[in-house]
Ligand binder design. Structure first.
Ligand code: NAD
Length: 255
């Protein structure tokens, strides 16, 4: 039985991805800062009849990441699939961007993926198989104003994915980035509220005039679709897909 470690998986996209892997029969290492993480893990284990452990490791702390990976290896026998999903957003013009927020966004959205990857690669190499999936963003491929730290981190994550793919290739390890457009999660709900205040719009107007305006298909991306794509990337059909950045963005990148 294979194990998937998914960061930031007690909410939003990460939880959708964890559900998809649990449904596919994987053991799950769940992580996040949500207080009800242990209950979410128990519910997932019961629903899909798989082992699920939860660890509230703060990914801004390299020692906590190390402890999380070690515990997963000890309790679940190794990490076969790593999904770097945890991320945060902050919106401000460059000259007003709080330095501390910049550092935090780079640390969580980019550097944490370096730490998890460097820690799981030895086990993947020993087993001659591994899958690394980095949840980047449409903002890993294109920019929007006022999102400097996020866009820089996500472009960086796409670059890091490519290096992981090259170094992993001789060892049966693939690495791919998934680049979602807007997904209706707590992270996006926070942005909707902020932008409504900034632009003096209603939340419905922010959704249609600011967010979905970017999508050619005027719908939010679903967590279920992203989970299914991640599971597909771990099937034999995807063995030769590596170093890619896959947009799931309703056609945003076609413009
Ligand atoms: P979310 O806020 O719903 O979930 C984020 C998860 O990360 C939560 O479980 C949270 O507890 C965890 N987390 C935050 N800080 C952490 C820390 N320091 N240590 C450990 N865990 C931490 O967000 P989401 O919308 O599901 O986003 C998930 C990922 O998808 C992010 O990387 C985000 O950039 C990316 N993404 C989201 C969208 C979108 O529209 N929602 C679009 C493209 C990409």
């Amino acid at each position: 039985m294979k194990t998937a470690l998914i960061t930031g998986s007690s909410s939003g996209i990460g939880l959708g991805i964890a559900r998809a892997f649990a449904q596919a029969g994987y053991q799950i290492a769940l992580n996040g800062l949500e207080k009800n993480g242990p209950e979410i893990a128990d519910a997932l284990a019961k629903e899909f009849n798989v082992r699920v452990i939860f660890f509230d490791a703060n990914l801004l702390q390299p020692e906590a990441i190390e402890a999380f990976v070690k515990r997963t290896e000890t309790e679940l026998g190794g990490v076969d699939v790593l999904v770097n999903n945890a991320g945060m957003q902050f919106v401000a013009p460059i000259e007003e961007f709080p330095v501390q927020k910049w550092d935090m966004i780079l640390a969580l959205n980019l550097t944490a993926a370096f730490h998890t990857t460097r820690l799981v690669l030895p086990g993947m190499k020993a087993r001659k198989w591994g899958r690394v999936i980095n949840i980047a963003s449409a903002h890993g491929l294109v920019a929007s104003e006022f999102k400097s730290a996020y866009v820089a981190a996500k472009h960086g994550l796409v670059g890091f994915t490519k290096v992981t793919a090259l170094e992993g290739a001789p060892h049966g390890i693939t690495a791919n980035a998934v680049c979602p457009g807007y997904v209706d999660t707590p992270l996006v709900r926070g942005q909707i509220a902020d932008q409504a205040k900034t632009h003096g719009m209603s939340e419905e107007e922010v959704i249609s005039k600011v967010m979905l305006q970017k999508h050619a298909v005027k719908k939010f991306v679903t967590t279920e679709a992203l989970g299914a794509l991640c599971v597909f990337l771990c099937t034999p059909a995807a063995d030769l897909m590596t170093g890619t950045a896959l947009p799931v963005d309703g056609g945003w990148n076609a413009q």
